[in-house]
Design a protein around this ligand. Sequence first.
Ligand SMILES: Nc1ncnc2c1ncn2[C@@H]1O[C@H](COP(=O)(O)OP(=O)(O)O)[C@@H](O)[C@H]1O
Ligand SMILES: Nc1ccn([C@@H]2O[C@H](COP(=O)(O)O)[C@@H](O)[C@H]2O)c(=O)n1
Ligand SMILES: [Mg+2]
Length: 480
Amino acid sequence: MPENSSSVDYAMEKASGPHFSGLRFDSLLSSSPPNPSVSSPSHLPSAVSSSSSPAPKQPFVIGVSGGTASGKTTVCDMIIQKLHDQRVVLINQDSFYRGLTTEELQRVQEYNFDHPDAFDTEQLLHCAKTLKSGQPYQVPIYDFKTHQRRTDAFRQVNASDVIILEGILVFHDPRVRNLMNMKIFVDTDADVRLARRLRRDLVERGRDVDSVLEQYAKFVKPAFDDFVLPSKKYADVIIPRGGDNHVAVDLITQHIHTKLGQHDLCKIYPNVYVIQSTFQIRGMHTLIREKDISKHDFVFYSDRLIRLVVEHGLGHLPFTEKQVVTPTGAVYTGVDFCKKLCGISIIRSGESMENALRACCKGIKLGKILIHRHGDDGKQLIYEKLPQDISERHVLLLDPVLATGNSANQAIELLIQKGVPESHIIFLNLISAPEGIHCVCKRFPALKIVTSEIDQCLNQEFRVIPGLGEFGDRYFGTDE
Ligand SMILES: Nc1ncnc2c1ncn2[C@@H]1O[C@H](COP(=O)(O)OP(=O)(O)O)[C@@H](O)[C@H]1O
Ligand SMILES: Nc1ccn([C@@H]2O[C@H](COP(=O)(O)O)[C@@H](O)[C@H]2O)c(=O)n1
Ligand SMILES: [Mg+2]
């Protein structure tokens, strides 16, 4: 099919429906800024080089923090029970308390067990990294009655699919925090916590009422205010009332199950990126997946999600170092965006992603691919309208739903025929079926996929489940 033919224009406009963007290819083709050298300075991490090295197969790490006696251990036990079909290990930060010296032991009432220095964080980090790399670790056993670690025994912890790191200060050290795929904060009122702590410490930790209250006022409460509470901001999820909150624990377990499914695919295909899930994102997905949502809301929340996927996708482009002088006269060493890029939408639903791309990349060139089934014999016609210099560009391929992967593969094949290196293609979508990911990633292992959620499967009609129906019809209002 020759480029720029009027029949192609006609077919493209017809197929792209009522919201055809009216994009003027000719003017855009001549409005691109000159190409900078696409390279990554050796002292800067390159988006291309860092993300193209395969990620090691790693377990999913969940951090659980909160004040003393907030119910962290109780919540972890509940989550572990509900994740019974996974291999899960629980690592308590308590196990990494430093043993006290003889002098410290003599004046134990003056020792602050709630300060970050009370823990051997280097060892906790080593433990977490070892387990994350799939190796077993011998975790120390701590005795709250003697304030010492046992010297005669360890707890052997083996490789697992899920690692839960639990403790009052597990979000404090950024190195530990950054190992976590999900962070949960258990938020329980201080008076409830004190009452529980009192009972627990008397029964389980060999304390008396006076010592518990004195320690609480002198160390536990101030350290909570200084270190624990400030780390709450890192949490992805906050559980009010801890173990009493069955709804929250159910929701979180479901969320972990979803993430684990996604995580497995990301382990198999290191070039698949699922944007960091938050409850905002989950909330937007909940809205756009609901069959009775208004068209206005569907478009509004789809646009919000698309914008996030586009921003994430742009983060995978290469960059060059750039220095600028600030109004203070100081030099700021930053980076310059990759300018040789373009967006290609798979008609018609892919066009719903063009606005977000335009909003992020001023004057970006856009092209279109239409894959049209011709008759019943499975034959397909492909129409395209692509920038002439596409082979020199990084391509953001746009399609909100990746289902079987067949049309995506055709579109990618076409781009490669046009001279675009496979590694220069980033395929952006809102939801992906595992079948589609397998299909595309097996054939094009160097291409990147950025998506906001991976769904369960395809049904017998090759529709994504749970999915969101016909995205293009819902977005452009042609389902009414
Ligand atoms: N929802 C709850 N209702 C009553 N007691 C609870 C509840 N959750 C936890 N506890 C009790 O409170 C104490 C502290 O709970 P725990 O889960 O060990 O907290 P943390 O690990 O945050 O210190 C324990 O004795 C536990 O049995
Ligand atoms: N020898 C020790 C060590 C720690 N503590 C207290 O334990 C609390 C942390 O455990 P949680 O299960 O409550 O999270 C912490 O607040 C320390 O004060 C202790 O009393 N004695
Ligand atoms: Mg605990």
